[in-house]
Each structure stands twice: as structure tokens, then as C-alpha cells.
Ligand binder design. Structure first.
Ligand code: FES
Length: 251
């Protein structure tokens, strides 16, 4: 038997006793996360085709200084840190990109490159603990995106519904579920309590904790669905704004 650590995992990068194609499970992460990162970076720096009345791209919301009075670059750069920081420090994404991009470890029961494991207790990974604060920032962005989705019903000619309206509505619903299924919120609601009935607002917190727990069970799904939807929503608005496609009015 190969040299193993206390958990029985063979030492040495990529060493394992697993006989399945364990590396295949990393491919979707590499392809989809990689494509999303490239597309987002390009769109953030592009600085145009983000608005076509009444639709505003989620990558540019809230829209700050679009006329470039004091900010000469793309307005998206001013706000992207919030949602990006929230996703980058998300517990689920951490697992995904540690495996897919840092190969640390490459997969379950597969040997990693370094000899000592410190978890996230030392620099730079200790910074991941800011996730709970990014949650508060993410809630502010969710409020802005709800405003944008409601605003998408009001065309220059009056109230209406276009394909873009429905796209924006679906996007903010998915983003809201992803945000409110966060592990940090679940912990805030009740994760640190031993006894709900003995604590202040116990019944309310218990109800909230149970609801968040139900959403949290599928947090991975909401992470993927909301990431894909936010990218596609931006793409749709960009294509309409640059005249490549026409938005269809349903009402
Ligand atoms: S753990 Fe994923 S958003 Fe908080």
C-alpha cells in the first residue's frame, strides 16, 4: 500500500486508490466557471450596451456615473466587487474552485501537492471568512435588482411585458433564492443556538431557520442556476441594446 496520511489518503499529488475517473467531475467546473469568469471580465470592462429602456444589465446595477463625470472607466467596475466577492467566498464555490483550479485537493481521497493542511486558518485563505459580511452587501444588490426587474415593466410607451422583463424577473428570483439560501444566513438565524425555545425571538428564529435550511439543502443548485441566469440576462440585454436582436413585447 502507498504511503498514506492519517485519513488513509495516499501521499503525493494526484495519488489515489480510487479506480473511477475522479477527474471528470472537475470538468464542468472548469468549463462553466472559466467561461463565466472570462465573459464577466470582458463585459465589466466593455462599458457599453448595458442599458436599453427599460432593461438594465445586472452587471451594471446600480448604475453609477454612466455619463463619466468623475469615473472615466466602465461603471461596472465600481460595483462588481460586491457580487463577485460574495460568490468567490461562497462555501460552495470555494469547494468547486479549490478542486477544479487549485487542485487542492483535486478530488475526494486524492492526494494533494502540499504536505501540511491548515484549512482556512492562515493567510490568504483566512480572508474567506469575510463571506458573512459580503452577505450583507449582497442583500443590498438584491434590492437594487428587484427594483430593476419591476422597472422593466415600464416602457417609454407605458406599462408592458417583454421577453426581457421575464428574463430579468426570473434572474432576480434565482439570485434571491441563492442569496437567502446562504450558509452564513442559516447560521445567523439559528445555527449558533443550542435551544430555540430558551432564546429571544426563539419561535420566529426557528421558523426562519427551518425555511432557510430548506433552501440551503439545494444551495449548490441555486449557485449554478443563478450564475448562469445572471450571465444570460446580461447577454440578452447586450444583444438587444446593440441591435443584434429585437425584444419581443408580449403585452
Ligand atoms: S455559502 Fe454560498 S452564498 Fe453563502
Amino acid at each position: 500500500m502507498a504511503d498514506s496520511d492519517a485519513a488513509g489518503i495516499p501521499r503525493g499529488f494526484g495519488k489515489t486508490e480510487r479506480e473511477d475517473a475522479w477527474w471528470i467531475e472537475n470538468l464542468p467546473f472548469i468549463i462553466v466557471l472559466g467561461a463565466f469568469a472570462i465573459y464577466t471580465t470582458w463585459r465589466a470592462f466593455e462599458g457599453k450596451f448595458y442599458w436599453t429602456d427599460p432593461y438594465l444589465s445586472p452587471f451594471y446595477s446600480p448604475l453609477i456615473d454612466p455619463e463619466h463625470h468623475w469615473w472615466p472607466f466602465s461603471p461596472a467596475i465600481l460595483i462588481l466587487g460586491g457580487p463577485l466577492g460574495f460568490r468567490l467566498t461562497c462555501y460552495y464555490y470555494r469547494k468547486a474552485y479549490y478542486r477544479a483550479f487549485l487542485l487542492d485537493p483535486p478530488s475526494c481521497a486524492v492526494g494533494e501537492g502540499r504536505k501540511h493542511y491548515h484549512g482556512e486558518t492562515s493567510f490568504p485563505f483566512i480572508l474567506q471568512n469575510v463571506h458573512r459580511y459580503f452577505f450583507y452587501i449582497a442583500v443590498i444588490f438584491v434590492a437594487f435588482l428587484w427594483y430593476d426587474a419591476i422597472r422593466a415593466f415600464f416602457f417609454p410607451q407605458g406599462f408592458g411585458v417583454g421577453v426581457g422583463t421575464l428574463v430579468m424577473l426570473l434572474n432576480i428570483v434565482l439570485l434571491s433564492i441563492y442569496t437567502f439560501s446562504c450558509h452564513s444566513l442559516r447560521h445567523l438565524a439559528g445555527g449558533k443556538l443550542d435551544c430555540f425555545s430558551c432564546s429571544t425571538f426563539g419561535p420566529v428564529r426557528h421558523t426562519a431557520w427551518r425555511g432557510i435550511t430548506r433552501l440551503n439543502e439545494n444551495h449548490m443548485f441555486w449557485a449554478w442556476a443563478s450564475m448562469i441566469s445572471v450571465g444570460l440576462t446580461d447577454l440578452y440585454i447586450r444583444l438587444v441594446a446593440c441591435g443584434a436582436i429585437k425584444d419581443i413585447r408580449l403585452l
